[in-house]
Design a protein around this ligand. Structure first.
Ligand SMILES: Cc1cc2nc3c(=O)[nH]c(=O)nc-3n(C[C@H](O)[C@H](O)[C@H](O)COP(=O)(O)OP(=O)(O)OC[C@H]3O[C@@H](n4cnc5c(N)ncnc54)[C@H](O)[C@@H]3O)c2cc1C
Length: 445
């Protein structure tokens, strides 16, 4: 059997490696970006000089030869599903028995005048990094459009080269379409303190050039900003437009059932480009994050070989870094007040640290954790959420989640105090979170 995989990102390459571990089938991986798989999440560290390109490539070419995984560099133009073959942009074709589509995301562009100019960049592909590198050499002032996770990475990258950075953010606070107002406020301040000119409630209107090179931008507030580099980081969307004129069912992404099968027999979609028809509770239909790509890659391999296992990524979690502040989220943390949902929020009086616990008012069940500048144990938070633990039990045992129970003890007291004030309860802290207690807790339900 010949299995063809379009895309050699984390999802496609995980599928290839898992298939090879489990079978002797012919495996061909196609990519138009780089022959070898690399860690997209580490692109910023290459730019900042913390890593070399070879450090973010986990396997040398010999790995694929040794494991008999064929790499095929080229761009797929379309898939002729009725003939079970992929067609490349030079018109040659490749037949498959099973096809895995793992083509990732593409940056969302809003058609601003001047987007075509030299000096306008996204941050997604290796080639983007090369282009940004080329312009950064002579850039004095960069403008980043969009206030998400990639925007902040690009701001940090350019800032590390002593380039003045302006960030235009449409919302009233950084990433406040995801983060609650208090966390967003901490980040607004932190970003500004780094020397970034953070312009909230401001959009890009036009990019102006001189001899096809970026020269200036116009904002929605009418301001003109001289710039040599414009970074567009206004989100990503599933990269599936090459299948526009085919019969495969799609919405935002390629629609799949829980076995990751698309509407076409023998064709699967995984990673950022897939959209689940029925996501599990607390999860989104499209989740452009690294670990879900890896999970899907493993699962699809098993399913192609006959396992028929349903995709279940468990409790939502994500993490990021905003300059010096680490961020973690577990479970459900809405960015706004919602009926029936209660929040306990504590913020350090002077440091960039905050903890938010979210629970259901009626049942008292813990729903989620949001952390800035403080790390909690993933296994502990997930177990509490999965087992629908009461907020009071969580509060009394919070130190089980801490990495450094002694250091964080005082924060827990504050949270218990806030809860007591909000609810009229008289809770006290119980366990002290020694590692032995954490391990015992994780062993027993
Ligand atoms: C700068 C940046 C930082 C990130 N940081 C994080 C992070 O910290 N944590 C996290 O969880 N996630 C992060 N992400 C998101 C994460 O990288 C993605 O979720 C993940 O890479 C998606 O993997 P994938 O295998 O689905 O697709 P991709 O990694 O996009 O791989 C798809 C590959 O398919 C190729 N391809 C597409 N179409 C075709 C075609 N027609 N023909 C041939 N080849 C094609 C593409 O060129 C690409 O090489 C980050 C993303 C970016 C851009």
């Amino acid at each position: 059997m010949r299995i063809v995989i379009i895309g050699n990102g984390i999802s496609g390459i995980t599928a290839a490696k898992t298939l090879r571990q489990l079978s002797d089938h012919e495996i061909i991986v196609i990519s138009d970006e780089s022959e070898l798989f690399f860690s997209r999440t580490a692109l910023m560290y290459v730019f900042m000089g913390h890593m070399r390109v070879q450090d973010i490539v986990p396997h040398p070419k010999s790995f694929y030869e040794q494991h008999n995984i064929k790499l095929h560099f080229g761009r797929v133009n379309t898939v002729q599903f009725e003939h079970k073959q992929v067609e490349f942009n030079d018109n040659h074709t490749l037949a498959y028995d099973k096809l895995i589509i793992a083509t990732g995301s593409k940056p969302t562009m809003y058609g601003w005048p001047g987007s075509h100019l030299d000096g306008v960049h996204n941050l997604y592909h290796l080639q983007d990094l090369e282009n940004i590198e080329r312009h950064a050499e002579t850039c004095k002032h960069a403008v980043i459009v969009g206030g998400g996770l990639i925007g902040i990475e690009l701001a940090e990258m350019l800032h590390s080269r002593a380039i003045q950075v302006t960030m235009l953010v449409r919302e009233s606070g950084y990433w406040n379409n995801v983060l609650p107002a208090e966390e967003s406020e901490i980040l607004n301040k932190h970003i500004s303190e780094q020397g970034i000119d953070l312009q909230l409630q401001t959009e890009l209107k036009e990019i102006w050039g001189d001899k096809e090179k970026v020269k200036m931008i116009l904002t929605s507030n009418g301001a003109k900003i001289n710039t040599q580099l414009v970074g567009i980081t206004t989100g990503v969307q599933p990269n599936i437009s090459f299948l526009d004129f085919t019969s495969i069912e799609k919405n935002r992404g390629l629609l799949t059932n829980s076995f990751l099968e698309t509407s076409i027999p023998d064709v699967y979609a995984i990673g950022d480009c897939a959209e689940l028809r029925n996501p599990t509770k607390g999860r989104k239909a499209v989740e452009p994050v690294w670990y879900t790509g890896r999970m899907m890659g493993e699962l699809v391999a098993h399913n192609i070989l006959g396992a028929q296992k349903a995709y279940d990524p468990g409790i939502w979690f994500n993490s990021a870094k905003f300059f010096d502040i680490e961020y973690q989220v577990y479970g459900f943390v809405p960015n706004q007040e919602m009926p029936g949902i209660k929040h306990i929020f504590w913020k350090h009086p002077s440091k960039n640290k905050s903890i938010r616990l979210v629970y259901e008012e009626k049942t008292g069940t813990i729903l989620g954790f949001n952390l800035l500048g403080i790390r909690y144990r993933q296994e502990v938070c997930e177990k509490w959420i999965a087992e629908e633990t009461s907020i009071e039990t969580v509060l009394q045992n919070l130190s089980l989640a801490n990495f450094d129970p002694e250091f964080f003890k005082s924060y827990e007291k504050h949270l218990v105090h806030i809860y007591n004030e909000q609810s009229g309860a008289k809770l006290k802290l119980q366990s002290n979170g020694r590692l032995s207690q954490v391990l015992t807790f994780l062993k027993h339900s």
